[in-house]
Design a protein around this ligand. Structure first.
Ligand SMILES: *Cc1c(COP(=O)(O)O)cnc(C)c1O
Ligand SMILES: [Zn+2]
Length: 433
């Protein structure tokens, strides 16, 4: 059965969609995903009428709002005023002061934002929530994506909360545990006998043929809009005093691009007076953007690399949102840094014991990268710094187990005898942080 999407109507305070390569502007009903002139590279940026937004929303009105989900920033989001939003509580994640963790690094002003408490366990829920609303605005029977990771889980989870059918294309080699989460949420999972690229291609062609809505990162211009709500929360949680530095693990570059967008929105509204320096942390084995940054290479033409890292959520050979990611770092005076898999794994227990946030490797990478940034003098003790912990450690238990065995951490072993417990405790030396 074929169907087509309904035309996009006026969407909130959105003005238009601007191509990041040629600057051409489109009304939201003129184009669904990319600028037609540049294939997959023609990524669009959503522009807003900030004067009108300021009539609907202010720091004072927000202070009175009891909705602590991401929808408290609704006038800043690309959704129609008549749209209903999913019931699953996305956003409103805690920003924890982390003085002990900071003391280790000589950084007295450190916070950790824990995205692991999102409904499906990662920051991706913010984007998928927007995708589901957009799909429903367009009357889409089905939402589709190609992913094995947190984006697919987020789409499947948020869609399940509103009974929205989804079809997810994954390479047949995808880990069974990840596929299980998708199936549990009721997603239709298509195992493609081919590469991730083949799965992606098939999702795009199926969407075209069957009139489905596409959630793919980079392709869909609204995904970074959902992710920008993390920036709004950070600013609001710090009393609208934006931090000096923010570190985040970077794969496709959608999150860092979204953070940049969020802080730019706040500056345009006049609610904040500056931008944080955005530091993107990449794995050594997946360092496309770090390479481009160091060599000042054009990411539109730079060919992909062979990516492999223990931090699967930041593994990206040719980052889908590389244009937004480069711009985020360049425009804020930030940087890209690299961390080894060993540094990433070491960061998992360091972060967990340093502030109580148990993160998956891609999320712990943000902390590992902060260490590198300290060594490279990209940050100083005066800086107010936020580490964005993008996803929960429960997403990848095998890596967590590797990280504690690498760190030489082990349980005590005793016979069922209280004196034996006393002896074991007496000789036990907790691992130094
Ligand atoms: C997706 C993801 C990232 C990286 O986000 P990009 O937009 O791909 O750069 C980092 N951490 C976690 C946990 C993720 O799921
Ligand atoms: Zn263009």
């Amino acid at each position: 059965m074929e169907s087509t999407l309904e035309p996009a109507a006026t969407i909130g305070h959105v003005i238009d969609l601007e191509c990041l390569i040629c600057g051409r502007r489109f009304r939201p009903d003129e184009v669904d995903y990319l600028c037609p002139d540049h294939g997959d590279d023609g990524i669009l940026d959503v522009t807003y009428d900030h004067e009108r937004i300021a009539r609907d929303l202010s720091p004072a009105s927000l202070a009175l709002d009891h909705d602590h989900s991401m929808w408290r920033y609704r006038p800043l989001l690309p959704i129609a005023s008549a749209s209903t939003v999913p019931p699953l509580r996305v956003g409103g994640t805690p920003l924890y002061p982390a003085p002990r963790l900071g003391a280790d690094l000589g950084l007295p002003h450190l916070w950790v934002k824990d995205e692991g408490v999102q409904p499906t366990g990662s920051l991706k829920d913010r984007a998928s929530a927007v995708a589901v609303v957009k799909a429903q605005e367009r009357g889409a029977r089905v939402v589709t994506t190609a992913s094995t990771g947190n984006a697919a889980a987020a789409l499947a989870g948020v869609a399940a909360s509103v009974d929205q059918p989804v079809v997810i294309f994954v390479p047949a080699t995808a880990p069974e545990a990840k596929v299980a989460q998708l199936l549990a949420y009721g997603a239709t999972v298509v195992l493609v006998e081919g590469s991730y690229g083949d799965a992606f291609e098939l999702s795009m062609r199926a969407a075209d043929r069957f009139g489905w809505y596409v959630r793919n990162t980079g392709v869909n211009p609204y995904m970074s809009e959902g992710k920008k709500t993390a920036a709004f929360e950070i600013a609001e949680q710090l009393g609208w005093h934006v931090p000096d530095v923010l570190t985040v693990g970077v794969g496709d570059g959608c999150i860092i691009g979204g953070l940049h967008k969020g802080f730019r929105d706040l500056l345009a509204l006049g609610w904040t007076d500056r931008m944080p320096r955005l530091i993107g942390v990449q794995a050594e084995g997946s360092d496309y953007l770090a390479e481009a940054w160091e060599g000042d290479v054009d990411v539109v033409t730079k060919p992909g690399i062979d990516a492999h890292t223990v931090a699967d959520s930041i593994s990206a050979g040719r980052p889908a949102d590389r244009i937004k990611a480069m711009r985020a770092v360049r425009d804020t005076g930030g940087a890209f840094v690299r961390v080894s898999d060993q540094q990433i794994l070491a960061a998992v227990p360091e972060l967990a014991r340093g502030c109580g946030v148990f993160a998956e490797p891609a999320a712990a990478a943000a902390y590992a990268g902060l260490r590198v940034a300290v060594d490279q003098r990209l940050v100083t003790a005066d800086d107010r710094i936020v580490v964005l912990a993008t996803g929960t450690g429960l997403k990848d238990v095998p890596s967590a187990m590797r990280s504690i065995s690498d760190a030489g951490i082990a349980p005590l072993r005793v016979p069922p005898d209280l004196d034996a417990v006393a002896d074991a405790l007496a000789t036990h030396r907790p691992i130094e942080r």
